[in-house]
Ligand binder design. Structure first.
Ligand code: ATP
Ligand code: MG
Length: 260
């Protein structure tokens, strides 16, 4: 498989971009043995570090973009088997000016040879921040949730990516409750003309894991949401996912009906 950089975007705040980046990063690194770097490109409100227990990084993406610090120097080893370039929670005044959207791509391109997968956590604002992620990425995952307001933002994000000709590998439908009032994956696919590659349930354990600054897939590796992340990781790597839950189910069925 070729090394690739995947941007995780949405035009709506709070749908789960940062959660997807930290959990997909953890699944790729720990379940598939990949070398993974996650980068916080939400320059205005970065919080990927907080999801991973990194509160006060020495060097950040802001230093890389504004002070020409080599990106290699801003890499932090997390406790979770993958690397991080965090954002500054308290950026200096000069780190708050407009960023040239090509700069992220230029400043991180040297890292690509050292990682199997780089995941970029985007800002939800359709401005130069999100453009930075689009330009720096080989492909995009669009995070959505199954309601009309988020879908309308998702369609906007999809159209913007299509205009820029950045390939979209799929939509991650997050916070799914499987209620009748929710949009179905097929509705979202029909409206966006993009496949839903993952359906992650709404689960309070994701919030509990965040309170422990640990990716939820590592804290609760056997829950359904974790298996969805393993499936998504396999998809990203163009691999088949052999779901152990289905194997167990088949084994039980065989036991029940006496077949071998
Ligand atoms: N599947 C899930 N089940 C329950 N809670 C979730 C799930 N996914 C994310 N969350 C919670 O939703 C909140 C927002 O998630 P997150 O910060 O990842 O969103 P975001 O899209 O990155 O937001 P922003 O646009 O502000 O950067 C967090 O509290 C997170 O724990
Ligand atoms: Mg975020």
């Amino acid at each position: 498989m070729k090394n690739k950089t995947i941007g995780v975007i949405s035009i709506k705040g709070g749908v789960g971009k940062t959660t997807v980046v930290s959990n997909l990063g953890a699944a790729l690194a720990n379940n598939f043995g990949k070398k993974v770097l996650v980068i916080d490109a939400n320059f205005t409100a970065p919080n990927l570090g907080l999801h991973l227990g990194v509160v006060k990084p020495d060097l950040t993406i802001h230093d890389v973009l504004y002070d020409n610090v080599p990106a290699e120097e801003a890499i932090i080893k997390t406790d979770y088997g993958f690397d991080l370039i965090a954002g500054s929670l308290n950026p200096k005044k000069k780190h708050q000016s407009r960023v040239n959207p090509y700069k992220l791509h230029n400043r991180i391109s040297s890292l690509k040879k050292s990682y199997d997968i780089i995941l970029i956590d985007s800002s939800p604002n359709l401005n130069d921040e999100m453009l930075s992620t689009m330009i720096a990425s080989d492909e995009l995952l669009v995070v959505s949730s199954p309601d009309f307001p988020t879908l309308s933002c998702t369609l906007h994000a999809v159209n913007t990516a299509k205009q820029r000709k950045t390939p979209i590998s799929g939509i991650v439908l997050n916070k799914v409750r499987n209620k009748r009032y929710e949009l179905k994956a097929s509705d979202v696919e029909y409206a966006a003309n993009v496949p839903v590659v993952s359906k992650i349930c709404d689960d309070v354990r994701v919030l509990q894991a965040l309170a422990n600054t640990t990716p939820a897939v590592l804290q609760k590796p056997k829950k359904d949401f974790a298996f969805e992340y393993y499936k998504l990781a396999a998809k990203v790597l163009d691999k088949e996912f052999d779901d152990p839950r289905i194997r167990t189910k088949l084994k039980n069925l065989k036991k029940l009906f006496g077949k071998r």
